[in-house]
Design a protein around this ligand. Structure first.
Ligand code: PLP
Length: 379
């Protein structure tokens, strides 16, 4: 029996101990130079991330929500313009749209991948649609090729919410691959501590290959100032700080290894649950790698009872997300009722995410899988 305190949804401390010397030295150096906001550390990290992603511009900002907000600000959309997105997501995606007076148009997701259903997206396009915002939920890419085709046919922007999928690759029909977040006009990410590439506080970034959009996002993130104290655009204050940048630079070197460790844990789970009558393992899209920000099962039995029983056995789980965005109180004003997005609404009742992180060992995985299978039959 494993002590209850040992199993966590994420283990950031264990991960830190393995790169402690590098992190501590980087932090000490920032403090010595007193260059806390922007400066060489942020520059180094953004250039390293550009190389890793194969994208022309990475622009740091204060968090992933701001990244989405700044990306939409850069597109010059007008109040009332429509942005098509998923409701099966963290609220930040829709919040960025709503805060700008734009209209979030929620469409259903594919029941296998949990990402935007391209046919549903096409049906939702009107003369007011300006942008599609796919969410690469749980660590796997949305089906980008059909979405990009729609965008070019209807002259729409594509802004990717890549907060959960950094390091994942999309494979085009012609065999070429690109990192998620670099396929649309802009990609946005979060460096929240528990993300696959997380810092030790808040952080985020926008990615783009478009020079004009890059310049505009740089300005917007810094009060719209091209020269100090002379704003050319109305902007915001959203900066990545140097202490976070040194943590991120140290962890970026290990990102592929971190994602591999998550994939190994996922493979262990898959083997255990593959033939279970009450559990469905995560689907693997043929066009994407999966970096398992979350390992999310569909429970065909009593999901909530299973969650409670696992908790009693010392196994934490999470529901991402218990209420779809279109049914949350703040978003009811957009006019969606229960039943409008059946796949999304069913997922909210059936999903459960198991612990997955870089520090899991076989003993933990064995204990979790045995307990889940035993309890799934009982509840
Ligand atoms: C984490 C997350 C965000 C927001 O990131 P913050 O840094 O917490 O603001 C946005 N979208 C998705 C899908 C996320 O998972």
């Amino acid at each position: 029996m494993i002590a209850k305190t040992q199993i966590q949804m994420v283990d950031l401390h264990g991960q830190y101990l393995k790169i402690k010397d590098e992190i501590d030295a980087g932090i000490a150096q920032v403090i010595n130079t007193c260059s806390f906001v922007g400066g060489p550390a942020v520059n180094n990290f953004c250039r390293a991330l550009e190389t890793y992603l194969g994208v022309k511009h990475v622009i740091g900002c204060a968090n992933g929500t701001d990244a989405l907000h700044i990306a939409l600000m850069a597109l010059n959309l007008q109040p009332g313009d429509e942005v098509i997105t998923a409701s099966h997501t963290f609220v930040a995606t829709a919040e960025a749209i709503a805060l700008l007076g734009l209209k979030p148009v929620f469409v259903d997701v594919d029941p296998n991948t949990f990402t935007l259903n391209p046919d549903a997206v096409e049906r939702a396009i009107t003369h007011k649609t300006r942008c599609i915002m796919p969410v690469h939920i749980y660590g796997q890419s949305a089906h980008m090729e059909p979405l990009l085709q729609l965008a070019s046919r209807y002259n729409l922007y594509v802004v990717e919410d890549n907060a959960q999928a950094i390091g994942a690759s999309y494979r085009h029909t012609n065999g070429t691959t690109q990192k998620t977040g670099t396929l649309g006009h802009i990609g946005c990410t979060s460096f929240y501590p528990s993300k696959n590439l997380g810092c030790y506080g808040d952080g985020g970034a926008m990615f783009t290959n478009n020079d004009e959009l890059a310049e505009k996002m740089r300005l917007i993130a810094n009060h719209g100032q091209r020269t100090k104290y002379d704003s050319t655009l109305i902007g915001v204050n959203s900066r990545l700080d140097a202490l976070q940048a040194v943590v991120l630079l140290a962890k970026l070197k290990h990102l592929d290894e971190y994602n591999r460790q998550r994939q190994q844990a996922a493979a262990f789970y898959d083997r255990a649950f593959a033939n279970h009558p009450l559990l469905a393992i995560p689907y693997r899209a043929p066009y994407s790698t999966h970096v398992f920000h979350q390992y999310t099962l569909i429970v065909k039995g009593n999901r909530n009872a299973l969650k409670d029983a696992l908790q009693e056995h010392g196994i934490p789980t999470m529901i991402y997300y218990p209420i779809p965005v279109h049914l949350q109180q703040a978003y009811l004003q957009y006019g969606y009722a229960q039943g409008s997005l059946p796949v999304t609404e069913q997922l909210a009742q059936q999903v459960i995410s198991l612990p997955i992180h870089t520090e899991m060992d076989e003993q933990q995985l064995h204990f979790i899988t045995q307990t889940v299978m035993q309890l799934a039959e009982q509840v």
